[in-house]
Structures are given as structure tokens and as C-alpha cells.
Design a protein around this ligand. Structure first.
Ligand code: NAD
Length: 499
């Protein structure tokens, strides 16, 4: 019987007795490498009760002591980086160097969380009235849940847990069932760093586990990252059960290229942003909006030979630039979109469908594709493909290009490539998108800023990490106090004012 990825509750691995489990594949070989447990209601409750039981004493632990745990966690992740990246590559498929990069971006959130004593400092006003002082403090919420997608099994959980825990909450991670193993290594490292039992828990599972967490009365807050239909469902269901919810969804990120852009710089940018991690990034560039036919022609002339020459192979090979897609289902879905684009009349300038790798015939590999002459009513333009497929749309001018970006249902990221400062400034200030790059293709904010899209790329009010993360994982309390005692103003039956 193959290895089972189990839950981690109250400081130890807990074997599931639900009788339900899923297969975990190595996408480079198509082999089942292990199974993952699917939690039942009793296991959901066990995780919540462990987190609830640990909350009071963790919340009462001084912020500086909580921050010191984060310093240790950072060192442990760095010390184990190579092995952790291998875990990510084996189940997700991304290249080893890309896996390491994603862990580094997660470590940066831990570094931000190390500053929690400073971040939690409140506000004080002396003498709001005679002998009366007022102050505001931020306090933790209780049991917080993180539900995460397959494409960043390390980074996205690390967007959430370090800030939630450093702020004094306890946490339950429900990772993607496609690549669950990193979550258990993270749990072990949290423990080694000094987090008390019950503060960080992992619950494996599918939608039953998610529903159990969303409906559980002892869960205070839910952070979600995944596809838009799931995000909208999580947001509505979580809110209906009185939880604070932030739910980040899918994307269709446009890169607008103006005629004055440096075309070599723009095509370099597209190569990494469209085909890195096989396009399975929520900040991938999937649409290039070329302003003017000349720009489209120049771009395709530069991109086509490079896309045909992409080194596709297993993520363990250091020469490889693009690994496999995550699963057979996802591979079929991306293939289906390429077929649909051809049917709908787009020009398939580079066709990545016909790729077979010797020794990896059962892996989910696909070459890069480029569609030209894509129109805004085509499914390959409207929907998120989440694969190595770039759509080039030709726009007559800047106004038409930005209208396209603004009218798309998703609003995660966008970029403009130009040498015109006026145009760049106008774009950044007026575009209806949450994260904007100017001559930067994947404008992922650093840990001390916040990450989040607009429109149907985010449900809820708070973005992730940075100060938005601190605000999400804490609630504000305002205290008004009168010292010294003995000051009397008599009984007053009207609202207090400073007369
Ligand atoms: P997904 O929505 O299928 O799954 C995400 C999580 O939700 C998983 O843990 C899964 O078990 C759970 N889930 C799935 N279906 C569910 C259901 N019906 N009910 C309850 N829970 C359910 O997403 P995915 O395929 O793992 O990830 C890819 C998607 O994530 C893409 O759309 C991508 O754009 C998006 N994403 C967004 C961001 C962002 O920051 N906006 C970041 C990374 C990924």
C-alpha cells in the first residue's frame, strides 16, 4: 500500500479513518506517488477543537515571543530549501529553481511577520476629555482557516499562516489535494520552530473538508485562494456562517504593448510571464494587447522561434524552462482551449499540442502556444486557460487597449510596456485592476505590500499579506479610560461631548 498524506492535528500526524482518499500524481511521469486523506466531519471538528484549545494561551503569548518563533521558522525553511523545493516539484511539476523562488517569496512573508510587535502597535490619544485617554488595539480573531490552490503549494499557505499566527491566531491549512505533501513538512517545521501544539494544523481533503470548515461555528475567519467559481462560493458560504472571508480568484492578465516600447524587453518579459510554470500562475500574462498591427507583427516575429525552442521537460532537470501541467484533467482542459481557439477562428501561430518526450510519454507535457488575431468574444480570450497559451489581441490604439483590460471580468494583474511616462501614469492611475506593472510583467507585490485583484478576482475587502493581512487577521478594539479616579462630572443623560 502506498504512503498516505494524512492530517496534522495538535502537534502530530493523525491518520484518517474517513475511508475516503485521493491519488497524488507526479505530473512528469503520470505515476501515482502517494494517496491523500479526505477528512470527514469528525476530523474537521478535531482540527477545529485543537486550534480552538490552543488559542487562548497563544493569544496571550507576547507578540515578541510569537515573532521569535517566526525568526526560527525562516531559518528552518532556508536550511531545508533544497529538499522542500523537491517536494513541490515532485507533486506540482514546476522546475526546481521556480519551486525555490516560490518558497523564497513565502519566506519573505515570514520576514514581514517577524515585525509583528511593531505592526500591532495601536494608537493612543491622551486627554480626549478631562483625565480621559483613548487607545486602539488590534486583537486576534481566533481559529483562522486557509484553503489553498495547487499552483503554489508553498507560497500561498505562507501568504496566510505566518501573519495569522504571529498576530496571535491559531490556524488550519486545507491544502490542495493535488500537491498536499509540502503542508506536512511545513507543520513539522512550525513545531520545530517552537509553535505550541494546536497552533498550526493541517486538514487534508476535498470539498467536504472545506464545507465542514466553512460551516463550523468555531471558525472565525477564512482565507481562500483558487478559481473564481470556488472563491465566490467560499465567500458567500463563509459570510452566511458569520465568518470574515477573503477569497482570491482567477485571472486573465493583459500586457499592453505600446508602439514606443522596447520590443526586445517586452518579448523577454512575455516569455517568462506567459510560459514560466507552464502558465499556471494567477499573475501569468495570458493576453498580449499589441497596440497597432506593426507591434503585433514585431512581437510574434520575436516570440515564435523562442516559444518553439522552449526547453520542456521534468522540473528536476536543471536545463528545463517549463515543466508539465499539473494533472491529466488540466492537460485535457488546456488542449480543449487550443482546439476551441482554432475553431473560433484565431490564428494558431505556434502550436504546442504535439509534444512527446522520450522517457516521459505518460507525463502531462505540452509545448508553448501562441494565438494571433484573437477577438474579445472568443472563449480563449474570455476564460482563464491556466496553461502555456498566449493570446495576442490587436488593438488600434491605447484607448481601445485599455477599454479591453477594463471590460474583462477579471481584475488581478496587468502591465504596460512603453517609454511614454504620460501613458504609463494614466494607465496605472485609471486601469480597473488590482496590481499594475509598468515595464514589469508580473507585478507581484512584495510581502510588506499587499496582494489582491479587483472585480471577480477577489471577493471580500482585504488583500493578502502586508498591512492588509494584519488588518484581516485582527480586530480593532477602542478603549476609553478615566484616570485618576475621583474626577466627577455628575450624571449626564445626553451623549458626551467636549463642550
Ligand atoms: P480550485 O478552486 O479548484 O481549488 C482551490 C482549493 O479549493 C483547493 O484546496 C480545493 O480542494 C478547494 N475546492 C475546489 N473545489 C471546491 C468546491 N467545489 N468546494 C469547496 N472547495 C473546493 O483552484 P485550483 O485549480 O487549485 O487553483 C488554480 C486557480 O487558482 C486558478 O484559477 C488561479 O488563477 C487561482 N489562483 C489565484 C491566485 C490569486 O492570488 N488570485 C493565486 C493562485 C491561484
Amino acid at each position: 500500500m502506498s504512503e498516505i498524506v494524512n492530517h496534522y492535528i495538535n502537534g502530530r500526524i493523525v491518520e484518517s479513518s474517513s475511508g475516503r482518499q485521493g491519488n497524488v500524481f507526479n505530473p512528469a511521469t503520470g505515476e501515482i506517488v502517494r494517496q491523500v486523506a479526505f477528512a470527514n466531519t469528525a476530523e474537521v471538528d478535531a482540527a477545529v477543537q485543537a486550534a480552538r484549545g490552543a488559542f487562548a494561551s497563544w493569544a496571550a503569548t507576547p507578540p515578541l515571543s510569537r515573532a521569535r518563533v517566526m525568526f526560527r521558522l525562516k531559518s528552518l525553511l532556508e536550511d531545508n530549501m533544497d529538499e522542500l523545493a523537491k517536494v513541490v516539484t515532485e507533486e506540482h511539476g514546476k522546475t526546481h529553481v521556480d519551486a525555490k523562488g516560490s518558497i523564497t517569496r513565502g519566506i519573505e512573508v515570514i520576514e514581514f511577520a517577524c515585525g509583528m510587535p511593531q505592526l500591532l502597535k495601536g494608537e493612543v490619544t491622551e486627554d480626549v476629555g478631562a483625565g480621559i485617554d483613548a487607545y486602539c488595539i488590534r486583537q486576534p480573531l481566533g481559529v483562522c482557516v486557509g484553503i489553498t490552490p495547487f499552483n503554489f503549494p508553498a507560497m500561498v499557505p505562507l501568504w496566510m499562516a505566518p501573519i495569522a499566527i504571529a498576530a496571535g491566531n491559531t490556524f488550519i491549512l486545507k491544502p490542495s489535494e493535488k500537491d498536499p505533501s509540502f503542508s506536512l513538512r511545513l507543520a513539522e517545521l512550525f513545531k520545530e520552530a517552537g509553535v505550541p501544539d494546536g497552533v498550526f494544523n493541517v486538514l487534508q481533503g476535498d470539498k467536504d473538508a472545506v464545507n465542514g470548515l466553512l460551516e463550523h461555528p468555531d471558525v472565525a475567519a477564512v482565507s481562500f485562494v483558487g478559481a473564481t467559481p470556488t472563491a465566490e462560493y467560499i465567500y458567500r458560504t463563509g459570510c452566511a456562517h458569520n465568518k470574515r472571508v477573503q477569497a482570491l480568484g482567477g485571472a486573465k492578465n493583459h500586457m499592453v504593448i505600446l508602439p514606443d516600447a522596447d520590443m526586445d524587453q517586452a518579448s523577454d518579459a512575455i516569455m517568462g510571464a506567459a510560459y514560466g510554470s507552464a502558465g499556471e500562475r494567477c499573475m501569468a500574462i495570458s493576453v498580449a494587447v499589441a497596440v497597432g498591427d506593426g507591434v503585433a507583427d514585431q512581437l510574434i516575429e520575436r516570440l515564435a522561434p523562442r516559444v518553439r525552442a522552449l526547453k520542456v521537460g521534468p522540473g528536476t532537470d536543471p536545463e528545463v524552462e517549463m515543466g508539465p501541467l499539473v494533472s491529466k484533467d488540466h492537460y485535457d482542459k488546456v488542449m480543449g482551449y487550443i482546439d476551441a481557439g482554432v475553431r473560433e477562428g484565431a490564428t494558431l501561430a505556434v502550436d504546442g499540442r504535439d509534444l512527446s518526450l522520450q522517457g516521459y510519454e505518460n507525463g502531462y507535457f505540452m509545448g508553448g502556444s501562441i494565438f494571433d488575431n484573437v477577438k474579445t468574444d472568443m472563449s480563449i480570450y474570455r476564460e482563464e486557460i491556466f496553461g502555456p497559451v498566449l493570446s495576442v489581441v490587436r488593438a488600434p490604439d491605447y484607448k481601445a487597449a485599455t477599454k479591453m483590460v477594463n471590460e474583462h471580468e477579471f481584475g488581478n494583474g496587468t502591465a504596460i510596456f512603453t517609454r511614454d511616462g504620460d501613458a504609463a501614469r494614466h494607465f496605472a492611475n485609471s486601469v480597473q485592476i488590482g496590481m499594475v506593472g509598468i515595464n514589469v510583467p508580473i507585478p507581484v507585490p512584495m510581502a510588506f505590500h499587499s496582494f489582491g485583484g479587483w472585480k471577480r478576482s477577489l471577493f471580500g475587502d482585504h488583500h493578502m499579506h502586508g498591512m492588509e493581512g494584519v488588518r484581516f487577521y485582527t480586530k480593532m478594539k477602542a478603549v476609553t479610560s478615566r484616570w485618576p479616579t475621583g474626577i466627577r462630572s455628575g450624571a449626564d443623560f445626553s451623549i458626551p461631548t467636549l463642550g
